[in-house]
Design a protein around this ligand. Structure first.
Ligand code: B12
Length: 475
């Protein structure tokens, strides 16, 4: 059987700029889905984000492969594109089965009821897709249980409104097939430079998942809903075995929070050191995890952890409480100093509220400069599809709340006019460039790469300033 797995390209310019300029990770979700496909089938992964002319590339692949099944992944902001691509499949190869999976299919399956998608897969896909392929071969119905839904099923809407299904035990989730993609295309900006020099700021980077879910329930996040509050963890041996098989020297852990279980992560670092595995890692961690466990991060520094993304979100206690973050400003400050003392680079991310006044922007700007040296990025507070907040605000949205749900475009009205809001928002990112470790620590890097960073940074900030124009886009 011939199977085509597709990751759509971003539609809005700012997401393109991010991918082209700073961070483009491999389509791990599709590599895992591919890992579930029984042997003897032909699988192609098509990541349209790496293509110059994505629609033409998709068209070419369709005709070249003539697939029996086309599977799409997608965030909410990509659901319109998934539907558009699925319509093309139906036009060109009417016999092909179209399957939608991923975050959006899991939380809002009913959005795929328009006729172009035959099967909507909710939750973990590697295990479900395996059964789907087997059923296709045996001529059985492709919808089953609460994980594989058919919009044609009279019971579809009832099933689509139920909470997302349970994830299978982690040991049942297939390992990714990594060589189905052009690995040289995937990279992440790297500013951690213990010896004050770097051979490249854009090293080829693999991604890997050691755990799924999170034990917290921040109001802006949908993960606790997707995972029903569960935090599933792979064993240290399994994690280290997969790391040892990855070809790249740099690995980005795409967990929601990697370090929640100190015992597990101490064991992982211990095994990495014991086995002499020398790689560099980037991970996300909560500020309270870091503040409570300085020795865990010291150990991980030895094991290769170079950069930690921390959702500091705000330096105002009232905001942190509003987001149900269950941290406080003191903990944020402690986490910053733990990372600094340990020599791990901080990537701090802050939330800008649509209700920000000019004074709020100025206050945040000051916090950013105080963080120096650090990578600092910003998102705009946006109610996530699938959460209570989304329901609460459903009459307030100023645009298509799926297409614009990228946490950069506000979907709620702003206190300042959109043009002014985005002028201030863009300014925050230029201020953040001044705090960047490469600049502050005068790190030696190839000259061409410095030029590339400046060029990409300027294009990114320009795109940020102009984001208010996207609201004129027809959806
Ligand atoms: C790492 C990560 C990123 C990485 C990129 C990862 C990548 N591969 O490209 C970075 C940091 C760049 C990123 C950026 C963004 N992200 Co992000 N990200 C994540 C995170 C933490 C993990 C995603 C991941 O790699 N998972 C690993 C894979 C293996 O798991 P998976 O995606 O769940 O896939 C499984 C199933 O969904 C299913 N499946 C998936 N696809 C398919 C397809 C088929 C056919 C089938 C059958 C099954 C199936 O099977 C898979 C294997 O088990 C998630 C949180 C989460 N728990 O999902 C947020 C998350 C996906 N991100 C989110 C968002 C909003 C963004 C941004 C749009 C906004 C932002 N500023 O952060 C940007 C935009 C990026 C872009 N280019 O479009 C939201 C999406 C919510 C939504 N409703 O769409 C999430 C859920 C975070 C959240 N807390 O709300 N992100």
């Amino acid at each position: 059987m011939r199977i085509l797995l597709v990751k759509p390209h971003p539609q809005l310019l700012i997401a393109k700029r991010l991918q082209q300029g700073f961070l483009h990770l491999e389509p791990l979700e599709l590599e895992i889905v591919a890992g579930g496909v029984p042997e003897g089938n032909e699988i192609t992964i098509c990541d349209l984000g790496i293509e110059k002319e994505p629609l033409e590339a998709f068209h070419d692949q369709l005709h070249k492969i003539n697939p029996h099944i086309v599977g799409f992944t997608g965030y909410s902001s990509q659901s319109a594109m998934v539907k558009k691509l699925a319509r093309l499949v139906k036009e060109h190869i009417p016999s092909a089965i179209t399957v939608a999976g991923g975050v959006h299919a899991t939380i809002i399956p009913a959005d795929y009821a328009g006729g172009e998608i035959d099967i909507v897969v909710r939750g973990e896909g590697g295990t479900t897709f395996r059964e789907l392929v087997n059923r296709y071969k045996e001529g059985l119905p492709l919808h089953f249980g609460d994980v594989s839904l058919s919009p044609q099923d009279p019971d579809f809407l009832r099933k689509a409104e139920a909470p997302p299904p349970e994830f299978p035990p982690v040991e049942n989730i297939p390992r990714p097939i990594r060589d189905l993609v052009q690995r040289s295309k995937y990279f992440c900006v790297w500013t951690s430079a213990p010896e004050n020099r770097l051979d490249t700021i854009f090293p080829q980077t693999a991604s890997m998942r050691t755990s799924t879910g999170c034990a917290f329930n921040c109001s802006f996040c949908v993960v606790h809903h997707i995972m029903r509050g569960k935090y599933l963890q792979r064993t240290p041996e399994d994690v280290v075995d997969e790391i040892s098989r990855i070809k790249e020297d740099n690995i980005y852990f795409v967990d929601d929070e990697t370090f929640l279980n100190k015992k597990r992560m101490t064991a992982v670092a211990g095994l990495l050191l014991q086995r002499g595995i020398k790689k560099k890692y980037i991970s996300w961690a909560r500020s309270d995890t870091i503040a409570k466990n300085p020795e865990l991060f010291q150990l991980w520094k030895k094991a290769g952890l170079g950069l930690v993304y921390v959702g500091l979100e705000s330096m105002r206690g009232s905001q942190l409480d509003n987001y149900n973050k269950r941290t406080n400003v003191e903990t944020n400050r402690k986490a910053i100093s733990v990372l600094r003392e340990t020599g791990i680079t901080l990537h701090a991310s802050f939330i800008v509220d649509p209700d920000f006044s000019v004074d709020d922007f100025v206050a945040l700007e000051k916090e950013v400069l105080d963080l120096c040296p650090a990578e600092v990025t910003f998102t705009v507070f946006s109610p996530a599809p699938g959460t209570e907040l989304f329901q609460k605000h459903k009459d307030d949205f100023i645009c298509d709340p799926y297409l614009f749900y990228d946490c950069m475009h506000t979907i709620l009205p702003t206190r300042l006019g959109l043009k002014k809001f985005y002028a201030h928002f863009a300014r925050l990112s230029s201020v953040a460039l001044r705090a960047n470790p490469l600049r502050v620590n005068k790190v030696k890097v190839p000259k061409l790469e410095i030029a590339r960073v400046i060029y990409r940074g300027t294009k990114y900030i320009f795109a940020l300033r102009n984001m208010y124009k996207d609201y004129l886009l027809k959806t």
